[in-house]
Design a protein around this ligand. Sequence first.
Ligand code: SF4
Length: 370
Amino acid sequence: MIYVHVPFCRRKCNYCAFNSKVAGSAEKNFYVDALIKEIELRGTSEPVETIYIGGGTPTTLTLDELARIVDALGKNFLVDKSAEITIEANPGTVDENYLRGLKTLGVNRLSLGVQTFDDALLKMLGRIHDARSAIETVTTAEKFFDNISVDLMYGLPAQKLEHLRRDVEQLKNLNVQHVSIYGLEVEEGTIFFELARARKLPLPDDDACADMYDFITATLPTLGYRRYEVSNFAKKNFESRHNRGYWTGKKYFGFGAGAHGFDGNLRVSNVRDVATYIERINAGLNVSTVEEVVNRRAAMEEFCFLGLRLVEGIDARTFEKNFGVKIFDVFGAVIERNRRLGLLTVNGDKIFLTERGMSLGNEVFADFLL
Ligand code: SF4
């Protein structure tokens, strides 16, 4: 698995704490050069089944720049012929020509940051697009891609259940295969954080957010989207292979400023600042630092709290095969406590979250930290 980070956006959204910034074409070009050097330095003959180009907004790069990145990956890794190759794109940054170009590059999955189809909410979020351009982008993308994901958000300031009802109505008219739904988190360093501090951000309360989440999780399945993870829904056979890899503990490379990687033992992250990243790469210096050594105990914890994000949950036999010890001997008390609280179900070797457990996922996951 390979993740490539493109830390550029047309404009910074009001809620965004991701590693992204507005940049000119020269800086982007230098960045792509550095990215390619990093890819060349770390290439291996390991087979790669998924590539995810995320950001930021990768589609703020030119098609030529993206082609150079994809080409470098192909030359320095053994990319499987049937690899899932996803790119994140934002409405307002791609037109028909660009989408056709992405397809030509071998991209076969598009993840579109729509967030909502409500113009007033989009404006308040500071997004560069309106509902009409989001719809146009999706319908144009459908000409080239049969695997499209749309991101939606809930818990937005001034958002009501009615807004989400209209978002879902709009989804019905589109033909996307995958939907991710994220609750807004107000993070430090964002405009929303300052507004919240000044008590000028009309956030819905916890109950209203829970109602929105419940509405989404109840409604999307009626449109043919099966929930397969806490925040992700897909039509049959359209689950994200790349993200499933994260939740099942697969190794992955991370390229670019602030990108994370995991080699099965170490979790590493690259320097976050774009200028520093470029400088260090060009000077032949290391850009990554070890964030965590995943020892046996941490690996057992991760197996549980990442695997429980998936609707199918975790398998007691796989745990025993991986760690040589029974899951109930290590986490028996935690499993039993959450089962009694109605948050977990144990069915033979399968352990998975209940509906209630899904909506209180973070509490359950925290419980698995030994
Ligand atoms: S488009 Fe995405 S990454 Fe870029 S500023 Fe907005 S939320 Fe952040």
